[in-house]
Design a protein around this ligand. Structure first.
Ligand code: ADP
Ligand code: MG
Length: 473
């Protein structure tokens, strides 16, 4: 590389420090509470390293507040470092330095070109590719995903696909309720593929976006041939297609036809396809059989409801990413009260940690309750209370639920009460069994049966959720 090339490469890198930092900011924005992110992180800027830092390959960030630097180094350096590393996909030391606001830029020094430049350039190219083309969220990696009993199979399958795209399970179809980590796992596949096979082209899209683009390209009057070609190129000229929220396509004739053709084109070329849906394939009643059979060709995995322990682990991991110490009892309190949806669990955590830090108060269960508006002396829910509410809903009585009659209303009410006792109170089956005068295998069977039925029957699921709301309020 001669001098002119070197200067160009260096300036390219200087420009891309901003790109790297912007991606790191994206991560930090999701991982730190706004009360930390806004005042502490947004004023930071990347700067060119000095000669020594350059040789060591250090990524340098400046703050114009002397006090800020020590606080940042003490509190947030690991988090900032992790964000920069995950933007670059490389281990790289980070230094935060103090540069007074009014000091003029030091004259640029000339450094010797090193292999590092070429390496960094390659990584920057990868990063650019990742961002412009794949639209992956940098937080959604395997490392940041807690593998619980509920997601073990899905996690392992996703990992295998990412290690040998197009060769293992094709398509991989990930199902599970809203907020349980489908998008996260799907994008983790994308990240891992880009890491293991940097030359492969990965495309992530939500089905809604796919549909909108399709409609737009058909609409585009005179030029629609060209527009369609461009649209198809985007989705077919890839090595890995991650199509999220595929349930959105159900019954949309044109979209499903296009998915079918895209699938066939990719599949026959040995490319990997991953779908995610918040409903199982069996519920796609309006989808033509030939497409349904494509969905079922490879492997379908389900992310189930996480257990209390897994939820606690997830919330602790989330807190750790934002450099926040969360006590065991607060983690347990949150995990117990937000059991259905990890997005809501994380939202609750973000809210309490932001408030606690703005107010400078310790995050205790009491404080968390206040911040989240949990009423003091909130009524204590008991199994009997649940049985009573289910009886009212199904127009029967508590005694009949506890008895052994099997008419359809009583049976439905009984099943709902058993299911909700487990879901709301997290009691063991033998304990629930006592309240219902049954043995615990009957209770277990009844619980599992309703859970399965709810997965296949949306209106049943909505009814049960309605009763749960009545009980909680
Ligand atoms: P879905 O696509 O199933 O609706 P997401 O993938 O968007 O759900 O997950 C919602 C949020 O919960 C995301 O912020 C994600 O990182 C987090 N999350 C879900 N499951 C896990 C897990 N097992 N470990 C860590 N974070 C998780
Ligand atoms: Mg999703």
């Amino acid at each position: 590389m001669d001098k002119a090339d070197f200067v160009m490469a260096k300036e390219g890198i200087e420009l891309d420090y901003k790109g790297i930092w912007n991606s790191a900011l994206e991560i930090l924005k999701t991982s730190l509470p706004p009360s930390t992110f806004e005042p502490w992180i947004t004023p930071l800027k990347p700067v060119m390293p000095n000669e020594e830092q350059f040789k060591k390959g250090v990524f340098v960030i400046k703050s114009d507040q002397a006090f800020g630097v020590s606080h940042l180094n003490q509190k947030f350096l690991p988090e900032i470092q992790a964000a920069v590393q995950s933007s670059l996909n490389k281990e790289i030391p980070v230094e935060i330095v103090f540069v007074p606001a009014d000091v003029k830029k030091a004259p640029k020094k000339k450094y010797k070109p090193t292999e590092e430049i070429a390496l960094m350039q390659e990584q920057i190219d990868n990063l650019k590719q990742m961002h412009s083309f794949c639209a992956l969220n940098l937080k959604y990696t395997f490392e940041n995903f807690v593998k619980g009993e509920n997601s073990k199979v899905a996690y392992d399958a996703a990992k295998m696909v990412s290690e040998a795209p197009g060769q293992k399970f094709n398509p991989l179809f990930i199902t599970g309720s809203v907020g349980l980590g489908k998008t996260h796992l799907m994008q983790a596949i994308g990240h891992n593929i880009l890491k293991n096979f940097p030359k492969l082209k990965v495309k992530y899209a939500k089905t809604e976006e796919f549909t909108n683009q399709l409609v737009d390209s058909c609409r585009n009057g005179n030029d629609s041939y060209n527009e369609m070609r461009k649209f198809r190129e985007q989705y077919r000229n890839v090595d890995v297609l991650l199509l999220d929220d595929i349930q959105f396509a159900e019954g949309k004739k044109r979209t499903e036809e296009e998915i079918f053709n895209t699938f066939d084109a990719l599949f026959h070329a040995g490319k990997q396809i991953v779908f995610a849906s918040d409903r199982p394939i069996e519920t796609f009643e309006k989808t033509p059989d030939r497409l349904k059979s494509r969905y079922e060709w490879g492997l379908s995995v389900e992310i189930k409801q996480p257990s209390l322990d897994t939820r606690i682990e997830i919330i602790k991991k989330h807190a750790k990413r934002s450099n926040y110490e969360i006590s065991d009892d607060v983690a347990e309190f949150l995990a117990k009260n937000y059991s259905k949806n990890i997005r809501e669990l994380e939202g609750a955590y973000n809210k309490v940690s932001a408030y606690a830090s703005i107010q400078g108060m310790e995050l205790t269960v009491e404080n968390a309750k206040n911040i989240l508006g949990f009423k003091e002396n909130q009524k204590k829910i008991t199994v009997d209370e649940i049985i009573k509410k289910c009886a009212e809903y199904f127009n029967t009585t508590s005694d009949l639920i506890k008895g052994s009659q099997r008419s359809s209303e009583i049976k439905s009410a009984r099943q709902a009460a058993i299911y909700l006792s487990r879901e709301i109170l997290n009691l063991s089956f033998p304990v629930i069994a006592q309240s219902f005068n049954k043995n615990h295998t009957t209770i277990l069977y009844s619980y599992e049966k309703l859970k399965k039925d709810m997965e296949l029957n949306v209106s049943l699921k909505e009814n049960i959720e309605k009763i749960e709301e009545l009980i909680r309020n």
